[in-house]
Design a protein around this ligand. Structure first.
Ligand code: NAP
Length: 237
């Protein structure tokens, strides 16, 4: 353990198997949270779990394909049975889906990217909101790409449309939760050395851009009970 900022908080992180989600899960666990890790593969989640438990943290693995909406829906009730509340939800999982002009995008790719990057987050809000309302300080952070979402960047359509939708979803939730202690914010990591970044910029030297750990620190700040802002987007410089 390296700190106590999240002592006894229950935190669910999607896309926790690698990259920004993995770094966030490790940081929250190192500072006392019991982290619930979502990713598709049990095996990759186990590797993260091993690292967390080796440093004295607590993790629960939830292997789940976020494309499968029907599998997301029972999550809230089952977490209620086990934990009785949720303090932190980090909606981080995402996929790029390749870079192509609009008229070359396979419809399966379009559906998949929108399902994972956007619809899954709406379904997660729907099933987790009652649990977040049971926390004294529910904190929600979504991970976006603000510039790509706003620019209409050529060849990035499924990803950019999904992130534009995610930003509207997050701000809507922030407004709807304004009568509760829940705070909902977005983080835009900007260039960060992960598998997704390498897919988008294959020639780039990952040592020249920031680490996922740097982004995790910004996400963690927004998960603190002391946070007062809501509906904001924080860019990681
Ligand atoms: P990454 O290393 O590719 O990680 C993506 C994560 O999402 C993995 O844990 C992956 O888990 C999970 N995921 C993907 N599809 C899933 C599905 N169908 N069901 C469940 N989990 C799924 O990418 P990253 O860069 O860390 O991305 C994290 C977030 O940061 C994304 O929302 C991305 O858009 C955003 N972002 C990244 C950058 C950057 O420069 N890296 C910049 C701006 C925004 P499995 O494959 O194990 O299932």
């Amino acid at each position: 353990m390296t700190g106590t900022r999240f002592k006894d908080r229950i935190a669910l992180i999607t896309g926790a198997s690698r990259g920004i989600g993995r770094a966030t899960a490790k940081l929250l666990a190192a500072e006392g949270a019991h982290v619930l890790l979502i990713g598709r593969s049990q095996k990759t989640l186990e590797a993260v779990d091993d690292e967390i438990t080796a440093s004295g943290g607590k993790a629960t693995l939830i292997p789940l394909d976020l494309e499968d909406g029907a599998a997301i829906d029972p999550l809230g009730p089952s977490l209620y049975e086990r934990f009785g509340r949720l303090d932190i939800f980090v909606g981080n999982a995402g996929m790029l889906g390749g870079l192509r002009p609009l008229n070359h995008i396979p419809s399966e790719t379009w559906d998949k990217v929108l399902a994972v990057n956007l619809t899954a987050n709406w379904r997660l809000i729907r099933t987790l909101d009652p649990l977040l309302r049971l926390s004294d300080a529910g904190r929600v952070v979504f991970v976006t790409s603000s510039r790509v979402a706003a620019q209409g960047r050529p060849y990035w359509a499924p990803y950019s449309v999904s992130k534009a939708g995610l930003e509207t979803l997050a701000k809507t939730y922030a407004n709807e939760a304004a009568d509760s202690p829940i705070k909902v914010n977005l983080v835009d990591p900007r260039a960060t050395a992960t598998k997704m970044r390498a897919e988008a910029f294959p020639g780039e030297d990952p040592d020249t851009i920031k680490s996922p750990e740097k982004v995790a620190e910004v996400i963690a700040e927004l998960c603190l009970p002391s946070v007062t802002e809501t509906g904001q987007t924080i860019e990681v410089g």
